[in-house]
Design a protein around this ligand. Structure first.
Ligand SMILES: *[C@@H]1O[C@H](CO)[C@@H](O)[C@H](O)[C@H]1NC(C)=O
Ligand SMILES: *[C@@H]1O[C@H](CO)[C@@H](O)[C@H](O)[C@H]1NC(C)=O
Ligand SMILES: *[C@@H]1O[C@H](CO)[C@@H](O)[C@H](O)[C@H]1NC(C)=O
Ligand SMILES: *[C@@H]1O[C@H](CO)[C@@H](O)[C@H](O)[C@H]1NC(C)=O
Ligand SMILES: *[C@@H]1O[C@H](CO)[C@@H](O)[C@H](O)[C@H]1NC(C)=O
Ligand SMILES: *[C@@H]1O[C@H](CO)[C@@H](O)[C@H](O)[C@H]1NC(C)=O
Ligand SMILES: *[C@@H]1O[C@H](CO)[C@@H](O)[C@H](O)[C@H]1NC(C)=O
Length: 498
């Protein structure tokens, strides 16, 4: 039984992965040259448990009919694509002899072991994707420097932990546009590695999920002013942001966040005012301290503001939200939760007509949230205000311009009347209004409310709860002890009432 399960798992792995590569040569219907290359490739495959290569036979001349092989439909039907699902074992060294390859993609194939330096023979290669394979490693990447047409390199997950000169090697390939060395166990990205930068075409650099643990300012890539995309998520770089960052005016995406559970490391000293193209800035969980007004003043101040995602959650940011919030008119996601923000929420937040996610929970905000804060938020889908000292004062006749999917107002003061505007929220599937000082009477009958009952109902101080004629489903959760009337009729609930 156990064996059977393991075999199934293997099959699943195999059918969900594939190798693909493009051959550049042009020839008449399946020339021997191409055929030989494919047969040689087959001989390099250690195992073919699913028999995918069975049709690749010495005695069959027309390789265009072999499974996974695709030829051009022109009169000269050269092989244009080879796609093979599910080979495991190690990366065949023979791939290095397919000299005309310009595209090699082994992403997700469960190969393991050493990446053969033979790949360095593929001098026409433009795309090399070795991401997310099995347990692969390389102890010497000098073979990369021979790939002098390479534009795209993805080694995500290949262990390069013992390679110290990876940056020097990449610097020998000026054609590179995209480098992804995420999760490569790299230990150093220090400038001392690289006195002069050759990478004049580089647009995307992803070094996320490597543990550098040295000052962020001494990294080698800050002078690449044409970089558009820089990902340093979970790299444990620390200290003050480098001055050079203020010149990186091509940046569209900058991620220097730390994952949940890691300590924050960085101090935002550098102005990003001239980064007019910046769309996403993620500093979540990585700022040691900061005042919200000062931080926002360092953000792009351009005629057209392109910032769509601002992620500053889980930092130790203090201060009062400034009225100038309203100038980030392109914002879609605003995450300021888990900070020490104080004071009221400015009305200007209501000017952000594209805002979809507003996360302000777990701060020390106080004051009112009124219709005036919300009337402009036509795109709002998620609003999280829980665990502040906010009071929501919204007229019961008010008809909101948005249709929420998730909302949390736990411990906000909403009551004593039930916020009837919520009845317009027919798409809502998550609602936390626990501990909100709401009245003893709650009637959400006849509302097409669907999904499960919220888990935290027990903490509500309700006496009468009417939830009849909705589309609630799933188990009946523990109800408030204070209840005297409970109507759950005409729903799809199941289980027992305690
Ligand atoms: C040949 O391939 C091209 C590009 O893939 C496609 O647009 C065209 O329709 C194909 N012609 C035939 C006859 O299949
Ligand atoms: C490689 O293949 C994977 C899976 O099919 C795909 O997601 C990825 O975009 C490909 N890489 C390149 C560079 O085309
Ligand atoms: C390919 O590269 C390997 C290692 O880098 C080398 O030993 C081999 O001779 C090369 N093969 C060809 C056909 O050039
Ligand atoms: C820059 O790239 C060229 C071409 O690959 C190479 O010859 C040169 O050594 C590189 N310079 C540095 C400093 O790496
Ligand atoms: C980084 O480089 C600086 C000089 O640029 C040097 O003082 C420092 O020791 C280096 N740190 C590491 C971790 O290599
Ligand atoms: C980056 O620029 C700074 C100042 O503009 C300079 O001191 C430094 O040497 C440059 N670093 C590289 C790697 O080019
Ligand atoms: C609850 O609201 C529904 C719909 O507005 C109404 O028909 C019903 O009478 C109300 N129930 C009570 C007990 O107020």
């Amino acid at each position: 039984m156990r064996r059977g399960l393991a075999a199934n798992k293997l099959v699943l792995l195999i059918v969900t992965t594939c190798i693909s590569f493009h051959l550049t040569y042009i020839s008449s219907s399946c020339v021997p040259h191409e055929r030989d290359a494919l047969l040689a490739f087959k001989s390099g495959i250690i195992r073919d448990p699913s028999g995918r290569l069975d049709s690749w036979r010495q005695d069959d001349q027309d390789c265009c009919r072999w499974s996974g092989v695709q030829c051009s439909n022109q009169t000269t039907s050269h092989v244009i694509k080879v796609e093979i699902r599910g080979q495991d074992g190690s990366i065949p060294e023979f791939l290095g002899s397919l000299k005309n390859l310009n595209y090699l993609n082994l992403s997700g194939v469960p190969f393991s072991g050493r990446v053969p330096p033979h790949l360095g023979n593929l001098s026409r290669l433009q795309y090399l994707d070795l991401s997310a394979m099995g347990d692969t490693y390389s102890t010497d990447v000098s073979w990369l420097t021979r790939l002098n047409a390479l534009q795209y390199l993805n080694l995500y997950g290949v262990n390069l932990g013992s390679v110290n000169d990876w940056a020097q090697s990449l610097n020998m390939i000026p054609s590179l546009r995209v480098i992804d060395l995420s999760s490569c166990s790299l230990t150093n990205a220090n400038q001392s590695l690289l006195p002069y930068i050759n990478l004049t075409n580089l647009e995307e650099l992803d070094l996320s999920y490597n543990y550098f643990d040295h000052p962020i300012a001494t990294c080698w890539f800050w002078n690449i002013t044409h970089l558009k995309h820089l990902n340093l998520w979970s790299t444990n770089l620390y200290g003050m942001f480098p001055i050079a960052l203020q010149e990186m005016t091509s940046l569209q995406f900058l991620d220097i966040a730390q994952p949940f559970g890691r300590k924050p490391n960085c101090i935002m000293t550098t102005s990003l005012r001239n980064l007019c193209k910046l769309q996403v800035l993620d500093l979540g969980g990585n700022l040691l301290y900061g005042d919200i007004t000062e931080i926002l003043e360092k953000l792009p101040q351009c005629a057209s503001n392109n910032l769509q995602g601002l992620y500053l959650q889980r930092n130790s940011i203090s201060g009062v939200l400034p009225n100038s919030m309203g100038r980030f008119t392109s914002l879609i996601n605003l995450y300021l939760s888990f900070n020490h923000l104080t004071g009221p929420v400015p009305y200007e937040i209501g000017m952000l007509i594209d805002l979809t996610h507003l996360y302000l929970h777990r701060n020390d905000l106080d004051g009112m949230i009124t219709e005036k804060h919300l009337y402009g938020l036509k795109s709002l889908k998620q609003i999280f205000l829980s665990y502040n000292a906010l009071k929501m004062e919204i007229s019961s006749e008010w008809q909101p311009p948005f249709r929420l999917e998730r909302a949390a107002f736990a411990s906000c003061i909403i009551g004593p009347l039930f916020p009837s505007w919520l009845k317009f929220m027919v798409d809502i599937h998550y609602l936390d209004i626990s501990n909100t000082g709401m009245a003893w009477y709650l009637n959400i009958s006849n509302n097409q409310v669907h999904g499960g009952l919220p888990a935290n109902m027990e903490s509500m101080s309700l006496q009468q709860l009417y939830l009849g004629s909705n589309q609630l489903s799933g188990p009946v959760v523990p109800m408030p002890m204070s209840l005297t009337i409970l109507d759950l009729s005409r729903n799809y609930l199941s289980g027992y009432l305690s």
